[in-house]
Design a protein around this ligand. Structure first.
Ligand code: HEC
Length: 122
């Protein structure tokens, strides 16, 4: 009986802390970004740091939410970020090579929008 009570309390706690229901898109984006594997490919964090000046295989994404607005004339920050996930080679960041960032992510539109929201805040 005691055990059952403990388990009930535990499962209530887990239900209260976990779950994506209460998370905003930005939080979901943050989670997705830091997954080891996301959309069937290597996670974003394996190539991108979010610390300024720390480039990895890909450029550091610190401040990318601001930089995005100036990348391609006529393309708003959110549109640029969406495009850099779905068509990474349509604009290649100076000093980096095309063809390195994976394409064909198995991500839903909602997941991509969450990632865009997260990146906009960096
Ligand atoms: C295998 C390494 C790799 C992975 C994994 C990767 N990227 Fe990239 N990414 C790159 C490289 C290299 C570039 C620079 C070349 C280019 O612009 O395409 C880049 C460029 C970008 C840019 C443009 C940055 C800027 O300053 O304009 C964004 C945004 C971005 N990646 C987001 C992501 C997100 C989000 C994910 C995960 C869904 C991801 N990347 C996964 C390598 C990677």
């Amino acid at each position: 009986m005691k055990r059952l009570v403990v388990m009930l309390v535990l499962s209530t706690l887990v239900a209260a802390c976990g779950g994506e229901s209460g998370d905003g898109p930005e939080l979901l984006g943050q989670e997705l970004f830091h997954e080891i594997v996301v959309g069937g490919k290597a996670g974003c964090g394996s190539c991108h740091s979010i610390e300024a000046g720390k480039d990895g295989v890909g450029p550091s994404l610190a401040g990318v939410g601001t930089a995005a607005a100036g990348r391609v004339t006529g393309l708003a920050a959110a549109d640029y970020l969406r495009q850099s996930i779905t068509e990474p080679d349509s604009f290649v960041v100076e000093g980096f090579n095309a063809g390195v960032m994976p394409r064909g992510w198995e991500l839903s539109d909602e997941q991509i929008e969450s990632l865009v929201d997260y990146l906009l805040g960096l």
